[in-house]
Structures are given as structure tokens and as C-alpha cells.
Design a protein around this ligand. Structure first.
Ligand SMILES: Cc1cc2nc3c(=O)[nH]c(=O)nc-3n(C[C@H](O)[C@H](O)[C@H](O)COP(=O)(O)OP(=O)(O)OC[C@H]3O[C@@H](n4cnc5c(N)ncnc54)[C@H](O)[C@@H]3O)c2cc1C
Length: 306
């Protein structure tokens, strides 16, 4: 087994992890980053319009790639593999990846983000059920598709707007009676001829053999209806990616890592940044800010413990 030693192990190569890597390297730390996708979830953002400094927005993929290159340029080492486990013994964290590569560090930043939830319905994993409209929406181009978006928040709004460009019809289905997304999305949805909203309904089941062909919904009054669909795009919540952490760090009831005002978890030396922690805002900007702050506090932690 290969064995390398670094000052800081960062898990996750999204905005939080890459910004932490950039800052930590510039503070003189030797950083290794485990991450499967350079840019993390930013590849799902068609156009990042709310990051200061980009007047006309920037494609999420481009933002992710540039941030990755910037951290690499500062000297951070990216394994481009997923970390399988982290354990702790004698003042050191040991991280192991799928290829048997093992890294030992005195500090860790968990920047692993969160994963979209599936619906707990029969046939939940049929083909044609998607999470990312930017990635999978183009599959339906020129197919005269009828697509359903399930959810009512900003992510649902973004899905519906993106899919309205490739589908004949988009139906936004949500349990709440009102859409819970920003006005800017509500206005765009209202202005699109091919987006309809069906609110106050619960999805009961998906239908189809291998591919999704329909969904069953029930209104608050109890009326059930079958909708014919070619694809479903989900925006129904998230769960934090903490499965690889074999450490007794405190979490919220939903499993998000709790941090103090220095972004350290209850496990000394383990810090958390971005969407995986109990943050009140899951955005690129806030993830980057977390990454920068976590790097600073890791540097202070290492100085005080040496
Ligand atoms: C469709 C969509 C649209 C969005 N639009 C916007 C927007 O317009 N503006 C905005 O500011 N934000 C937007 N967001 C939110 C934004 O993408 C996130 O808040 C941000 O990416 C969080 O950064 P992060 O670094 O905390 O996590 P992530 O970007 O999720 O990165 C975490 C990475 O860690 C990886 N990982 C997990 N476990 C492991 C492991 N064991 N080993 C290695 N790697 C691991 C994950 O696979 C992931 O790649 C959007 C999100 C989505 C899904």
C-alpha cells in the first residue's frame, strides 16, 4: 500500500474543497484532495449567475474547472478518486481510497457536499428518473417529450426552465400549494408557454417496465390521477455525504456535520465546509467562503498543536 504524508486531507473537490485547497496551499500547508469530480456539483449549474464578479454569469462546468486548475496551480495534489474511509489513531487521520492508496494527515476538511434524495415510491429507480436537467435534459431534445419535475424549490425551478428548452411540455409537480422558489424563477416559469404547474399533489408511484412511462398522483382532496411522462426530474431534498467518515463527530438529526465558529466539528482536527455541514445556505459562494475559513482555522489548529 502506498503511504504519503500531508498536512491536510480534503475530501471533496467541489467549491468548498477546492477553495480550501487553494487557501491552505497559499498558507504553506501541503494539501491532498480526494475528489471524484473536479468542480463537484457545479457541473450541474448551467449558468452560475449569482457569483459576484461574473457580470454575465459563467457556466458551472467552467467555474469548476478553473477553480480546480487554480488550486492545482498552487500545488494542491488531487487524487481524482473517492475516499472510501477515514479513521483516527494516535493523533493522525488515515484516509484510504478505492485503489488502496492511503494518506495520513493531522487534519481533515470534509467538503463532500450532499446528494439528492430519491422519492420513496414503488419503482423509484426506473430508467428515465433523473436529478440533473443540465446533464440529462439533452437526452430528450427533438423527442417531443413530456417531462415532469417533482419539487418546488429553486432547484425545481431551474430544472423546469432548463427542460422547457428541450421538451414539448414540462409539468412541475409539487406537494406544497405554493411554489417555494425565488421570484426570479417563478416569473420565468409563468412566462414559458410550455411549463404547467400542478401544486398540492403527492406522487404515489412511478409506472413502467424498464423505462418510466407514467406517474400516479393524488391531490390533497384525495383524487388520484395518472400522468403519462417520458422522464422525471427530481428536486425533493438532499442527504449529506458522510458515509466514509468513521469518526464520532456530532451531526444534526438529518446527518449534517455540526461545526463550531471555526468550522471544526466535535472531533478535534476534523473540519467541515460547504453543503455537508449544518449551514443555512447551500450555494457556491457560501461553500467557497467556508472552504477559505476552514483552511485558515486548520492552519491555526496545526500551529497550536505542533
Ligand atoms: C441543479 C443545481 C443548480 C444549482 N444552482 C446553483 C446556482 O445557480 N448558484 C449557486 O450558488 N449554487 C447553485 N447550486 C448549489 C451549489 O452547486 C452547491 O451549493 C455547491 O456546489 C456546494 O459546494 P460543496 O463543495 O459544498 O459541495 P459539492 O459541490 O457537492 O462537492 C462535493 C463533492 O464531494 C464529492 N464526494 C462525496 N463523497 C466523497 C468521497 N467519499 N470521496 C471523494 N469525494 C467525495 C461529491 O461527489 C462532490 O463532487 C446548484 C446545485 C444544483 C444541484
Amino acid at each position: 500500500m502506498d503511504m504519503d504524508t500531508y498536512d491536510l486531507m480534503i475530501v471533496g473537490a467541489g467549491p468548498a474543497g477546492m477553495t480550501a485547497a487553494l487557501y491552505a496551499q497559499r498558507m504553506g500547508l501541503n494539501v491532498v484532495v480526494f475528489g471524484d469530480i473536479a468542480g463537484g456539483s457545479t457541473y450541474m449549474i448551467e449558468q452560475l449567475n449569482n457569483f459576484p464578479g461574473f457580470m454575465n454569469g459563467i457556466p458551472g462546468t467552467q467555474f469548476g474547472l478553473q477553480t480546480f486548475q487554480q488550486a492545482q496551480q498552487e500545488g494542491a495534489f488531487f487524487t481524482m478518486t473517492r475516499l472510501e474511509s477515514i479513521s483516527y489513531a494516535s493523533g493522525r487521520f488515515t484516509g484510504a481510497d478505492v485503489d488502496g492508496k492511503s494518506i495520513v494527515t493531522p487534519s481533515v476538511i470534509a467538503a463532500t457536499g450532499r446528494t439528492p434524495k430519491m422519492l420513496a415510491v414503488p419503482k423509484a429507480t426506473l430508467k428515465g428518473v433523473h436529478f440533473c436537467s443540465i446533464c440529462d435534459g439533452p437526452l430528450y431534445r427533438n423527442k417531443h417529450a413530456h417531462l415532469v419535475v417533482i419539487g418546488s424549490d429553486n432547484a425545481a425551478g431551474q430544472h423546469a426552465i432548463a427542460l422547457s428548452r428541450v421538451a414539448d411540455k414540462v409539468l412541475l409537480v409539487c406537494r406544497s400549494e405554493q411554489l417555494l422558489m425565488d421570484d426570479v424563477y417563478q416569473k420565468q416559469i409563468a412566462s414559458k408557454q410550455n411549463i404547467d404547474v400542478l401544486s398540492g399533489v403527492e406522487v404515489l408511484a412511478y409506472e413502467g417496465l424498464d423505462m418510466i412511462e407514467g406517474i400516479m398522483v393524488r391531490s390533497l382532496e384525495g383524487a388520484e390521477k395518472r400522468l403519462t411522462v417520458d422522464g422525471v426530474f427530481l428536486a425533493v431534498g438532499w442527504q449529506p455525504n458522510t458515509g466514509m467518515l468513521d469518526l464520532a463527530a456530532e451531526t444534526t438529526t438529518d446527518g449534517y456535520l455540526k461545526t463550531d465558529d471555526k468550522l471544526m466539528t466535535s472531533f478535534p482536527g476534523l473540519f467541515a465546509a460547504g453543503d455537508v455541514r449544518n449551514t443555512d445556505m447551500c450555494q457556491v459562494l457560501t461553500a467557497c467562503a467556508d472552504g477559505a475559513r476552514a483552511a485558515k482555522h486548520v492552519a491555526d489548529f496545526l500551529s497550536s498543536s505542533r
